[in-house]
Design a binder for this molecule. Sequence first.
Ligand code: NAD
Length: 430
Amino acid sequence: MLTSTLCDANRRLTAALQYVKISADAAERLKAPKASLIVAIPVRMDDGSLRIFQGYRVRYDDTRGPTKGGIRFHPDVNLDQVQSLAFWMTFKCAALNLPLGGAKGGITVNPKELSRLELERLSRGYIDAIADFIGADVDIPAPDMYTNAMIMGWMVDQYSIIARRLSPAVITGKPLSLGGSQGRETATARGAFYVLEAMMARSGRLPQHTTVALQGFGNAGSMLARLLFEAGYRVVAVSDSQGGIFLPQGLDIPSIQAFKASSRSLKAVYCEGSVCHLSQAHALISNAELLSLEVDILIPAALENQITADNASQIKARHIFEVANGPITAAADAILDARGIQVFPDILVNAGGVTVSYFEWIQNRNGLYWSIEDVHRRLKTMMVTEADQIWQRAETLKISLRTAAYVHALERLGQALDAKGTREYYTNGI
Ligand code: NAD
């Protein structure tokens, strides 16, 4: 039985199916996840009480390789959301031609309410609960919202304890000292930056004449803001879960990053400070106001379902780059499309993270580690190559970039699914 966000995600699949020749069997197989695990994680709290947290891990499709996807810690995590995120991972890996399938995991928790030790016990407890479901050749987790390299370090250690052998390739996004890859922390932002720069080169537009508003100042959002700032773009607004700031002449992104980072010492894992606690020289704006600013480029980099049928008509940006997963609903897509707003889809724009995770997995399995220059060069080649092909498909077929990205991924998925299929035995009457 398909649920709401997953149904919405499936509408993109349906839209793409009319432009690509894949068998009915393959299309059917892609409509539902292969396996979904729900676990209860008991955690001994610092006051001695026991709390049970709900966790999930979904492996959507593994036809093209072991499944891959992040782990999210957030109060809104639920099965429908994790299944949808696993669906997007499947298409993202295929769009980038990575030999991987799609997965996702998460725990329903507000991690900011936990002490560092409680967070570590929760992270290790999650791995205890899903250890049989993951593995370097089976399913490889990574960080997502409110998880980071430190948490991945605890998790890979816990898995290695259970497996009774060091198993670095089971989790990516690890600290460098535990087999992480150079460039992983900035990979999502850097991948998005390469796609954005490719679009700019096509349009002949100059960074200094381009305004940007960015929702979500976390790992992906803040690093992309920094790259854009350094390349000369005018980043006029940023926000986080507390609210946003707006300065028409452009924000000084390094000082905002420094402000958020300095508050980190107050609480070991999550920033206590928020961008909206900054100087009064900036106008404070809500997240809703940020989304409707008149800018050249709008970048949602926080949560899914931010632009819906309710607010799509208020968007004034010319281009939207989806760094978050699923920030635009299918209904909103149609409205934006009709209004001529060009959307660069999540499964392409934010694929830099999983691509460098894939590099990390290769390095762990080979025991040979790459330089930062190597990582950047390979990432750029892959992002720009696939972005160009998706762009060309969109122009040839006269379809949106999102549908083109799905067509691009579907072709690869369909070929792999059909290569494994049994249907011909029946249709040939054998
Ligand atoms: P993060 O936890 O580092 O940061 C999330 C940011 O969003 C924080 O600044 C938080 O304050 C902000 N936020 C939360 N709720 C908000 C709201 N209602 N309005 C505005 N801001 C809000 O997470 P991240 O890793 O940067 O991930 C952000 C998005 O990018 C997610 O959708 C994630 O799935 C996607 N993504 C991340 C990666 C990665 O490698 N980090 C890769 C691919 C996709």
